[in-house]
Design a protein around this ligand. Sequence first.
Ligand code: C5P
Length: 198
Amino acid sequence: VVAAGSGTRFGGPKQYTELGGRRLVDWALDAARRACDGVVLVAPPDRPDHDPAADHTVPGGATRSASVRCGLEAVPADAPVVVVHDAARPLAPPELFDAVIEAVEAGADGAVPGVLVADTLRRVEGGVLDRDGVVAVQTPQAFRADALRRAHEGDPDATDDATLVEAAGGRVVVVEGDRRNLKVTDPTDLELVRALLP
Ligand code: C5P
């Protein structure tokens, strides 16, 4: 669970904001716990203390990809499947973790949740992108551990891990995402998530 962002667009660290009687990050940790054998929390570098809600707590890096690499170092070498999830998505249901894990167990190198895009996609400088066959990609994302580790060799950067695994030659499949699995980026997102809490 990567939670080391500084929350620039939010106006401060959102990971520890109260949400439904617990910390925002606890929702992601809890969902991960239900689906996985172990949970690593990648925390902001200024909050590196062990978090009792996770098995391991490690400080993150300067970018999301760097933070994922910090977390990977704490994942046991014999774990066959690794799931990466953004703490910023508190409403990801455990079933979504199960779905991406199952897709990897069925043979994919990586699996991501995707949801259809409802809006027309226009380039600011002009021209419209065809939204047919396009999905908005969420986390949790599951990977064969060796494919994920290889994809991170050389310290590349991307907005998600599936991009890196695919760039390294891996096969990534899309499973049906969940429209409630919103990403808390700005304060309005937090209001929406509050309204959708189970
Ligand atoms: O900033 P971004 O939208 O890419 O953040 C997605 C997730 O990655 C968030 O949960 C955030 O806390 C995490 N992140 C991180 N380390 C960074 C930047 C983002 O763990 N340096």
